[in-house]
Ligand binder design. Structure first.
Ligand code: BYC
Length: 474
């Protein structure tokens, strides 16, 4: 597991001993750099950014902090250390030794999972491409770039698997990762949420809370895969992912805090007055939450999914924290309750647990989202303001699964198309709301300064204060 940090591609996978693979990855590298320059963070080629770079897979000291010019970021390939004697923890191969090669019968399914996971990483970088031009503080600018670089590394993680284990098909898939683009009409990204725009920093904070959290749950279920190289790479990706969700949780919290401060200063809950003071009223925050939560719920796929059942039975993709669940980990005889929309009615349906694996993951995700929302509500309460943010009903504004095409209000009421059209602007950001939020987006990057609509963070990065020079402009 020794780490080669001086190699052209830093790695702990012994690239130097596999010349063919090394050459293949080194020939993909310039395409990646070109893509980064073209569709990565706009106008930042000369910035020195105070970034952490993964340099080891040891729990202590896995990353270095220092100034980096972003195109020179050392995107590396790191797998968590193998566990001696690890066995497949679930499915029909449960208890057998994990695979270090791709089993022939699961090749197509594994490739598909890896490609879907890999595709989201550059997609998010593309979505966030212009945000650096309107950062609310230098601290936020640095955090954005950190996330962008690490999503780039996560793409490398998946491209490594494709090159190392899938031969020519894998190399072609790796090329395709740089050819599909977020919201491209001809070659869009694979999953819906990754073709939405992230045009402002409120959307970005919501995205890192809700959509990156899907990443946490999907990566956790792949981190238990019977295909050990996938499990180990996802385990290490989760180490970086935690900071991305931290940005979302604290980002939305800081917006909520600022809004509450303005409401108390002005002694008002009038959205117009709050907006006039340069803050974002709580009902508008609720609409952004509704949007990002609902598109992220879609990322878990169909409620009843034979794909998911097959992945599980094959030992490729588990449930969240599979090893901590107290059951047989085979699920043939188990059952689960699933919320379905049938004949115009929302109802609980009992189904085979295997078919409900996607829904089970979505349930765990919903519980995790609620924890964050409850924290934001505590902040509102601490400011003695009578308002609560809520997660809308899981059927609200869905495009995938049983609720796709239905008209469900945030409180779960089944309504008509006319009622939906009449109230949609109350539930999702209207053009006016979006224009307002965009009107607040101005670059505020003097050290220690912060935009009007968001509070400063409680602490800085790597022990530095908020007013540290996190980015040097050359
Ligand atoms: N949009 O049987 P189903 C992250 C398709 S985020 C469009 O339910 P399955 C990150 C589906 O592909 C984590 N299409 O499918 C976050 C299927 O297509 P076919 C990303 C969708 O396979 C922030 C059909 O509908 N990782 O890391 O059980 C920044 C039937 O569906 C969508 C993964 O997703 C959608 N939302 O479930 C950066 C893990 N949903 O067969 C990064 C890998 C479903 O009809 N992926 N479809 O052509 C998977 O595990 C599964 O592919 C899914 C879908 C859970 C996504």
């Amino acid at each position: 597991m020794s780490v080669d940090l001086n190699a052209k591609i830093p790695n702990n996978v012994g690239l130097a001993e596999d010349r063919r693979l090394q050459r293949a990855l080194e020939s993909w590298q310039p395409s990646f750099i070109n893509w980064w320059k073209e569709l990565g963070p706009e106008g930042t080629q000369n910035y020195d950014v105070y970034l952490r770079t993964a340099v080891s897979v040891e729990a202590e000291g896995w990353a270095n902090f220092g100034y980096v010019k972003m195109p020179e970021y050392r995107w590396g390939i790191f797998l968590a250390p193998p566990v001696d004697g690890r066995t497949i923890p679930f499915g029909e191969h449960k208890g057998q030794p994990v695979w270090n090669d791709v089993p022939g019968e699961y090749r197509a399914a594994l490739r598909r999972l890896i490609v879907t996971q890999g595709d989201t990483e550059p997609a998010s970088v593309e979505q966030q491409r212009l945000l650096g031009l309107t950062a609310p503080s230098l601290y936020d600018l640095r955090n954005l770039f950190q996330v962008n670089c690490e999503e780039g590394r996560h793409l490398w993680a998946m491209v490594y698997l494709l090159h190392a284990y899938f031969g020519r098909d894998g190399r072609e898939e790796a090329e395709m990762m740089l050819q599909r683009h977020s919201s491209d009409i001809d070659k869009p990204r694979i999953l819906g949420a990754f073709n939405e725009e992230t045009p402002d920093w409120l959307s970005y904070f919501m995205f890192t809370f809700f959509t990156d959290r899907d990443g946490k749950f999907q990566l956790s279920s792949l981190a238990e895969s019977g295909f050990d190289p996938l499990a180990r790479t996802c385990q290490f990706m989760l180490t970086e992912e935690a900071h991305h969700m931290f940005i979302g949780t604290t980002g939305v919290m800081r917006v909520v805090t600022r809004t509450c401060e303005v409401m108390n200063e002005l002694k008002t809950d009038d959205p117009e007055k709050i907006r006039a003071a340069g803050a974002i009223d709580l009902p508008t925050l609720q609409k952004y939450l509704n949007f990002h939560y609902s598109v992220s719920l879609d990322l878990f796929g169909q409620e009843i999914s034979t794909n998911a059942a097959n992945y599980y039975t094959a030992g490729l993709k588990a449930r969240f924290e599979e090893s901590n669940i107290d059951d047989d980990h085979v699920l043939k005889d188990g059952s689960e309750k699933v919320t379905m929309f049938e004949n115009g009615v929302i109802k609980e349906v009992e189904t085979n647990a295997l078919l409900a694996v996607n829904e089970r993951l979505r349930d765990d995700y919903v519980t995790d989202c609620q924890i964050g929302v409850s924290r934001w509500n505590k902040t509102i309460k601490r400011h003695k303001i009578n308002f609560q943010l809520t997660l809308p009903h899981r059927g609200f504004h869905r495009a995938i699964g049983t609720f796709a095409g239905s008209n469900i209000a945030p409180d779960g009421a089944v309504i008509t198309k006319e009622q939906w059209n009449k109230q949609i602007d109350k539930w999702l950001p209207s053009k006016g709301d979006r224009d307002f939020v965009i009107s607040l987006q101005r670059s505020c990057i003097e050290p220690g300064k912060i935009a009007s609509w968001v509070a400063p963070p409680g602490r800085g990065i790597d022990g530095h204060s908020f007013d540290y020079q996190y980015v040097r402009f050359n």
